[in-house]
Each structure stands twice: as structure tokens, then as C-alpha cells.
Design a protein around this ligand. Structure first.
Ligand SMILES: [Zn+2]
Ligand SMILES: [Zn+2]
Length: 716
């Protein structure tokens, strides 16, 4: 589980020693980091199925190479007495292993056995009485899953709701419980063989699945459609994970088909971690609970990763990866003030900086409900305590309406410390630069940030922008021709509104539209919305990439009425394009215009696509072909923009690609290949999310770089 952060060399004086010895550490000022949880290691797995091993079929076996870490810690340092394992005193045999330097369990804080450690049981929802224990709890749970029941399973970082992935009725019931209309469910497969039956599986994907982080990996579904489409409606990929705890390993042993394992929560609330709370929420909904008595101190959701051209891209940084500590790149002042950065409101994660290290939190999620806000504040306090951080400055997004920004402002007031505000898109760029360890004085890059909607420092709403920036400053050089968000926030959930905005801007009043479009939107209140737009009521302009993708998804009727989860329309459009491109010759891209605005800003104007799409629809083109042509056109036009901008710069800049839209694997792959062919050095995030989950890192980097410069400014 070791990771090399840096290699330092020191010359030694005198004669070269003849031998090399590792001596015990001396007690002293120790700076230990808090490590992420790790999936079951191969040694522990072998012991789990070895009938003469004393941990045979024990659901909580672990060692120094695996097991719970962050999910059980309450305070620093990481010792058993500071974890939820405190209430399980070691038996004599475990104690001997724990004290033996040569043992795999030497100082393994959560070590345990059936005699001294946590135990497992199954209770039924009718009365919450214990129905079966230990191994019979496992076999009973297996029988229930086979029989179509839904189980709440307590895992490592929270509860899952589980059911047989081949059982349509169970899936329909699960969707009702989760109040989740069509957002895809992840599944757990016993091993790579089972995963490979349903999904395409490359060797890098297999490596990721079996890594100690054991994330959910997005795999391409086999075209045979062997699973009910209700698991991931309209998508060509499935989130798959392997069992990562001994408990899951035992549970999955008898299944040669996938089991749905979706986080145990209601709607947008955080994943449930506590037994009592789980009973309260799910007793009326699920059939049984597979539970244990090791408390989950810190909720950590499953991490989510995809591979883009063989390189992993973390979409959700949580179990197995978080807390993620990385040293600051060269050039940042080692004596910097301690910082706390709040991230954003969507896919929230926050970060702290102390003594040359920046730590990104696990995925906290959407900040909106009372529950999610209190969960956020609890986690912030925990990190400050665990990492012994006393922030000297707070950093937030520049969006005044973000709850995270408001909490930051209140905290800055209460602590009487200064606060920095960072533009949303600049933070995305800096997060990518930080991950690539660009030095603090690195020359400016061209950052293409494609995102939903984010606030610029002047309060305007940006979406898809090219910034010329370093860690300190940014200048906006290009954008998309903005369109009105008809109905404000409603435009983010109802794709047809964005189609209406683009059509009105292209063709004017709706009686002048091509007939195909008139028909497509015939039942919508077109006049009301256009009147509102003309009166400037709740129709802000925004240069969002996401909303343009929504508009195209609405034309081809992939997702027109309503998105039931964030990014649904764009994800389905991407899936349609990927399926088309996998089975057909690459079509010619739709062309888009590049225009220069009065303020010298270069703008992508998608106007030509609407005539082309109308012609293709009338000619009977497949929606996948239209989706593919749009993706190709979009990548092409941004590559041209970058080339034009770079030609006018004194030095050829590195190109940063970041923002939520680059979680679209097709777009990220096409654009980075185009740019590399054009001779650019392209930087994309891999270890940290390109979406808003990575924002806090950029906020830290920008704030530190700005404060580094302050003494210089004074000298000048
Ligand atoms: Zn182990
Ligand atoms: Zn023991």
C-alpha cells in the first residue's frame, strides 16, 4: 500500500558503510497521514477460504495490507483506540500477531478474529429480530437475493441496497425505494470472469478492478444485452465492482451473475452508515438487513473510475482513494498558511493544505438538503481535527448563491480570518495543473474548461471557456455563443428548453422554424417562454457546453422532457454516439462557426448544426449518427479555436482540458487526440475528478499562489 511521493538524496560524509540496516524508528514528531481504506488482499483472501486457518470464513479479517482505515478513524493518530475497533479488545492470539514485527498483522490497527472481533448477522424487516448469525447469515442472505428479495447490506463505508441484477421486478422495486427513475445502478461481480461475461474487459480495466482501491469501474456492456436495460437505461456502460471486503467476498461466493449494489440512501440524502438509521429508513422497504457491529465512523461512498484510451480517470473520489494527500508542486512556499477550501455545491469535495501537502476529501455529494449540509460540516470538522489544521484563510467558489460559499463566509466571520474567492473555471484549470505538478511559476497554459454553469469573478455565468492562465491570473479568450436559460434553473433539468433557446436564436419566431422542429416542440409554451426571454425575466444568458448537448439530445429525442439525474441527456447522447461509431464508419462532423465578438472574444457559434440536423432527421438518419456527428464537430471546432489562439501567443502553451464535460469519454478522447496531432502537450486529470469534485484542489493552488506573490508586490 506504499506510495512514493518524492525521492530525496543526501550526500553522506566519511567512508561508505559496508552494510545496510533498517533500525526501529525513534519516537518523535511524527507526521502520519490518514490512509484510505483498502480492499481485501490476496493473503487474507486465501486465509478466508482455508479451512484450517483460524480466520476461515471470518467476515472481518484484515492485515497491514488491507482493510478499513479512514472509514473507522475518529481521531489522530491512527491507533486502534482512536477507531471504532476500540470496543473489541484483542484476544491473546491476535495480540501476539499485533506485537510481532515479522507478522503480516504487526500493528494492523483493525485486526480481529471471530473470537475477539466484530460479528455479522441477518435480521428480517418485520421485527428486526436476529434471524441468523455469521455463516448462516451469509447463506440466508444469498438465498434471499436468489429469491428476488432486496437486502440492505452494511459494508465498509456505508450501507448498500442489493438485489439480483437479472431480476426485473426487484430492480423496479429498488428504483421505487431509491426514488430513482433512471439513474444507472452499479453492480458487484464475484470475479473478473463474471464481469467479463457481461462487459468488455481490457487488462487495464481488470487491473483497476483488482487494485487495492477496488473502485467501481465503468465498463462497456457487451452488445448482446444480457442484463435488463432497467439497470442502466439508455446507456452503453455499466458500473462494476468486485467484492472488496471479506464480507462481500463471502456473500458473492455463490453468484455467477451480477448483484446490484447501489448506495443505501434515499434520493439525494447521504449514504446511510448507522444500523439504527438504516432500520428506520428501510424497514418498510427492504426484506432483510445483513448487518455487523463495527461502526462506520466516516461515510465513504464507492469510488467511480473509467478508462480513457487506457488511462484511468477518477469520476468520484471516495473509498480507496480518499483522503488523497499530495505534496504541493515545486515553487510553492513550504511555509504557506494553513488553508481550507470549500469546493462547490455539486459533487462537493473540500480540501485542506498544511505543511506543503494538500489533502482532498472524499466525495461528499450534492449540498442542498439539511442532511447533506450537516454531513458536509461534520466532515470539515473531522478533517480539521484529524490533520490538526487551524485554517489561516478560507477559500470558496465565487458563486454567491453556493451554500458552500455561504458556509465559508460565516466561518471566516466566526474565526475572524480572511477569505479568498476563486472563479469556478479558473479553479478547474488550476486543479488539473496541480495534479500534473506544474510549478508555481509555470508559464501560462491554454485551459479549455467545459462545464455546466459556473460563476466568473465578475458574477457572470460561464460554461465552456478557454482561459489563458497560470495559478495566479486568468484571461478569457474564447467561449460558446451564449444562449438563454429559459426558466432559469429549469433549463438544467428540461433539455427541450435549451433546444427552444437555440432554435429561437437561429431562426427567430417559431413559425419560421423548419417544420421538423415545430413538430418536435409543438406542445410546449413557446410564446410564453420567448416573451419572458424578451422581457429578460428569469432567462439569464449562459455559455454552457452541457446545455448545448442537452439541446441536441432533445432534438433526437434521446432525453427531451426531463433529466432525472444530472448529466442524463449528455450521457445518453454520448452512449448513442459511441454505439454508432463502434458499428459504422466515422461520419463527417457537423461544422460550426467561429466568430469574433465585439470584445475580441472568439466564440463558437453552433448555428449551422440546426439546418444539418433537420436535414439528417428528414433523411431518416439514426439518432446515433446525429449524436456522433455532433461530438465530432464539437471536438473539431475546439481544436481549431485552440490552434488559432496558440498562434497568437508568444510561446506554444500546454493545453489543459478540465470541467465536468470531460467526463464524457468520447469527447475527452477525440479532443485530446486532435490536439496531440496538432502538436500540443495536453494535460487531463486522471487521479482527481475533472468535474466539480476536483474544484477544491484548484482553489487551494490559486489561493496559495496569490498569497506567495503578495510579498513581491509589496517590494515593487
Ligand atoms: Zn490482508
Ligand atoms: Zn482475536
Amino acid at each position: 500500500m506504499a506510495r512514493i511521493d518524492q525521492v530525496l538524496s543526501h550526500p553522506i560524509s566519511g567512508a561508505v558503510p559496508a552494510t545496510f540496516t533498517i533500525i526501529p524508528s525513534q519516537p518523535g514528531d511524527m507526521r502520519t497521514s490518514i490512509t484510505p481504506d483498502a480492499g481485501l488482499c490476496l493473503n487474507c483472501r486465501e486465509e478466508l477460504f482455508d479451512p484450517i486457518n483460524r480466520r476461515y470464513r471470518y467476515g472481518f479479517t484484515n492485515c497491514t495490507n488491507c482493510g478499513p482505515r479512514f472509514s473507522i478513524i475518529e481521531a489522530a493518530p491512527y491507533d486502534r483506540c482512536n477507531t471504532s475497533m476500540r470496543r473489541f479488545p484483542l484476544c491473546d492470539t491476535c495480540e501476539i500477531e499485533y506485537q510481532s514485527t515479522g507478522d503480516r498483522r504487526f500493528h494492523a490497527q483493525p485486526t480481529a478474529c471471530a473470537e475477539c472481533g466484530p460479528s455479522l448477522w441477518l435480521e428480517v424487516s418485520d421485527n428486526n429480530n436476529v434471524y441468523a448469525r455469521d455463516d448462516s447469515a451469509i447463506s440466508d442472505a444469498q438465498a434471499r437475493l436468489k429469491g428476488g428479495e432486496i437486502l440492505a447490506v452494511k459494508g465498509l463505508g456505508g450501507f448498500h441496497l442489493a438485489c439480483n441484477a437479472l431480476d426485473k421486478n426487484a430492480i423496479t422495486r429498488l428504483r421505487k425505494i431509491k426514488q430513482r427513475a433512471s439513474k444507472p445502478f452499479a453492480v458487484m461481480c464475484r470475479d473478473l470472469d463474471v464481469a467479463g461475461k457481461y462487459c468488455e474487459l481490457s487488462s487495464s480495466e481488470a487491473d483497476l478492478l483488482t487494485s487495492s482501491a477496488a473502485p467501481i469501474v465503468l465498463l462497456t456492456l457487451k452488445p448482446e444485452q444480457l442484463l435488463p436495460t432497467a439497470i442502466a437505461p439508455g446507456l452503453n456502460r455499466l458500473g462494476v465492482m468486485l467484492p472488496y471486503t471479506p464480507l462481500h467476498t463471502l456473500l458473492m461466493e455463490c453468484f455467477d451473475t451480477p448483484i446490484v449494489m447501489t448506495s443505501g440512501n434515499r434520493h439525494s440524502a447521504p449514504q446511510v452508515t448507522d444500523n439504527t438509521q438504516a432500520r428506520k429508513l428501510f424497514s418498510d422497504e427492504v426484506d432483510a438487513f445483513l448487518m455487523h457491529d463495527r461502526d462506520i465512523t466516516n461515510r465513504v461512498d464507492d469510488s467511480l473510475v473509467q478508462l480513457i484510451d487506457g488511462t484511468p480517470q477518477v469520476l468520484r473520489l471516495a473509498r480507496g482513494y480518499a483522503p488523497m494527500a499530495t505534496p504541493l508542486p515545486r515553487g510553492f512556499d513550504a511555509n504557506h498558511p494553513q488553508l481550507l477550501a470549500f469546493g462547490g455545491d455539486n459533487k462537493n469535495a473540500f480540501a485542506i493544505a498544511k505543511a506543503g501537502t494538500v489533502v482532498l476529501s472524499q466525495h461528499i455529494g450534492q449540498l442542498g438538503t439539511v442532511e447533506s449540509l450537516s454531513d458536509f460540516e461534520k466532515n470539515v470538522q473531522l478533517y480539521l481535527k484529524l490533520f490538526e489544521v487551524l485554517p489561516a484563510k478560507l477559500v470558496s467558489d465565487s458563486h454567491p448563491a453556493y451554500r458552500s460559499s455561504q458556509i465559508a463566509a460565516a466561518m471566516a466571520d466566526a474565526l475572524d480570518i480572511p477569505m479568498d474567492k476563486v472563479g469556478h473555471h479558473h479553479a478547474h484549470a488550476a486543479a488539473c495543473m496541480l495534479e500534473h505538478r506544474l510549478e508555481s511559476t509555470h508559464p501560462p497554459v491554454l485551459a479549455l474548461i467545459q462545464d455546466g454553469i459556473g460563476a466568473a469573478v465578475d458574477g457572470s455565468l460561464w460554461g465552456c471557456e478557454v482561459l489563458y492562465c497560470d495559478y495566479r491570473q486568468h484571461q478569457r479568450l474564447a467561449s460558446v455563443k451564449p444562449a438563454a436559460l429559459l426558466g432559469g434553473d429549469k433549463a438544467a433539468t428540461e433539455p427541450w428548453r435549451n433546444l427552444l433557446a437555440r432554435l429561437h436564436e437561429t431562426y427567430g419566431p417559431h413559425d419560421a422554424w423548419p417544420a421538423m422542429y415545430q413538430k418536435r416542440l409543438q406542445d410546449k409554451p413557446l410564446d410564453v417562454l420567448i416573451a419572458a426571454k424578451e422581457a429578460g425575466v428569469n432567462t439569464p444568458l449562459c455559455s454552457s457546453a452541457g446545455r448545448l448537448f442537452d439541446a441536441v439530445a432533445a432534438v433526437v429525442d434521446i432525453c427531451s422532457e426531463r433529466q432525472s439525474y444530472e448529466g442524463e441527456a449528455a450521457m445518453k447522447l454520448q452512449a448513442a454516439a459511441e454505439i454508432w461509431l463502434a458499428n459504422n464508419l466515422t461520419p463527417l462532423p457537423y461544422s460550426m462557426n467561429i466568430v469574433r465578438a465585439s470584445d475580441q472574444l472568439l466564440l463558437v457559434d453552433p448555428i449551422p448544426i440546426w439546418d444539418n440536423i433537420a436535414a439528417d432527421v428528414i433523411a431518416g438518419a439514426h439518432s446515433g449518427e446525429i449524436a456522433a456527428k455532433f461530438h465530432l464537430g464539437w471536438a473539431t471546432v475546439w481544436c481549431r479555436i485552440v490552434e488559432r489562439l496558440a498562434a497568437n501567443l508568444p510561446e506554444r502553451p500546454a493545453i489543459v482540458l478540465s470541467g465536468g464535460a470531460f467526463q464524457n469519454r468520447l469527447l475527452a478522447s477525440m479532443l485530446s487526440k486532435d490536439l496531440q496531432l496538432a502538436g500540443f502537450h495536453v494535460l487531463q486529470q486522471s487521479l482527481t475528478p475533472a468535474g466539480d469534485g476536483g474544484l477544491a484542489l484548484g482553489q487551494i493552488a490559486i489561493s496559495l499562489a496569490r498569497s506567495d506573490r503578495e510579498p513581491d508586490t509589496q517590494q515593487e
